[in-house]
Ligand binder design. Structure first.
Ligand code: FNR
Length: 376
């Protein structure tokens, strides 16, 4: 389609189809503060670099003459039907990228039949997003206040979010020099707090309606480093759908997730935004998939930039990948249309990669689909 447009209508896509270049293109549409919040990672950035480097160390090994003319990438993940093993990662404060924020992303996902994950730190509330979204999951940042936590779970359930994704790697914010140097944190300006500000349990706790009071109250209940594995029973009691733990990078924790009756996990280091010098998410994936892949739905994010990257993660044992920064760059460049462009390119590239590697179905990908790159 894109080639034909270039040939006959002499038009080209306004946003690059080179998904690895989206970041530099989006830089032109974002303020320095927004760039500083979205792009960099914790500390020296070594975790984010390790995430990318880990993909480079695996090479796909294309196979020929395998009759891959027809492909089927559809799947069902935790009861949600998907056209491809791709989920929109939970990302907070999306109005930093574009005024339409989460509404644009949720609409774009719905247009392609993909599942959108709603962050607790969103700029639009559960209910606002539910009005425009298709299949949707809810990502919990577990507030220290039980009433607010319960209210979030109830509202998510009531507005049709089917899977609970509990992000564990952000018990408090990581050391993020790009934001620290600017003294910039969107939440302290009241951004990304739509779920809180619209919450009856949250409002009931406020001494007065001053925005500054509400922000301080939020800040008190955000950091939750005291949680332990025993606390998960509380979520089981109050959420009757599947529960996924996001931010797992050790085999030991993956086994604990299984022992504690969880349904799935996302192998992720939050795109390198939390612990500097941490293990690359892709390096953690195969061991975790081997240990618990039969019992739990193992998913993956952190460093996925292209369809080819997704194929590698699937080959190393992920049942689906979550896409983070790339869709946000599309959002920054052109709102809903930009997100759709990125998602279409991503899906097309994944499909083409499978076709050219000789697969009719992403489930055929396995360890033999990859070879380690020679050490340089
Ligand atoms: C995130 N991520 C995130 N995760 C989460 O569970 N809740 C959230 O609110 C956010 N917010 C957020 C904001 C921004 C600007 C970014 C870039 C990321 C993490 C996200 O879900 C995912 O784990 C990473 O984006 C994956 O890494 P890559 O692919 O972006 O490198």
């Amino acid at each position: 389609g894109i080639y034909a447009q270039g040939m006959f209508a002499h038009t080209r896509p306004e946003i690059t189809t080179d998904l690895s270049r989206l970041e530099s293109q989006a830089a032109g549409s974002l303020s320095a503060e927004a760039m500083g919040y979205i792009v960099p990672s914790a500390g020296s950035g070594s975790t984010a670099r390790a995430n990318s480097a880990a993909f480079e160390r695996w090479r796909l090994s294309p196979r020929m003459l395998r009759g891959s003319a027809e492909r089927d990438l559809s799947c069902t993940i935790l009861g949600t039907k998907m056209p491809a093993p791709l989920v929109i990662a939970p990302v907070g404060v999306q109005t930093l990228a574009h005024p339409d924020g989460e509404l644009a992303t949720a609409r774009a996902a719905a247009a392609l039949g993909l599942t959108y994950t709603h962050s607790t730190q969103a700029s639009h509330s559960f209910e606002q997003v539910a009005e425009v979204a298709g299949d949707r999951w809810y990502q919990l940042y577990w507030p220290t206040d039980r009433d607010v936590c319960l209210s979030f779970l109830e509202r998510a359930k009531a507005s049709g979010y089917s899977v609970l994704v509990v992000t564990l790697d952000t018990g408090t914010l990581g050391w993020r020099p790009a934001d620290l140097d600017r003294g910039f944190l969107p939440f302290l300006k009241g951004e990304g707090l739509a779920n809180y500000f619209s919450d009856p349990a949250f409002k009931a706790k406020l001494a007065n309606e001053e925005p500054a009071t509400a922000v301080m109250h939020f800040a008190q209940m955000f950091s939750n480093l005291g949680l332990t594995w025993d606390d998960l029973s509380f979520l089981r009691e109050h959420w009757d759908g599947p529960i996924v733990l996001k931010g797992i990078t050790s085999v030991e924790d993956a086994k604990l997730a299984a022992e504690h009756g969880m349904d799935g996990l996302v192998v992720s280091n939050h795109g390198g935004r939390q612990v500097d010098g941490a293990v690359a998410a892709l390096d953690a994936l195969p061991g975790i998939a081997d240990a618990v892949g039969e019992q739990l739905t193992v998913m993956f994010d952190s460093g996925v930039r292209t369809g080819s990257d997704a194929a590698k993660a699937l080959a190393l044992g992920a049942r689906a990948v979550l896409l983070g920064r790339p869709f946000l760059y599309g959002l920054a460049l052109a709102g809903q249309a930009g997100v759709e462009h990125v998602l279409r390119c991503f899906l097309a590239e994944l499909d083409l990669t499978l076709a050219l590697c000789g697969y009719s179905n992403h489930r055929e990908l396995n360890r033999t689909s990859l070879v380690p790159a020679p050490k340089s």
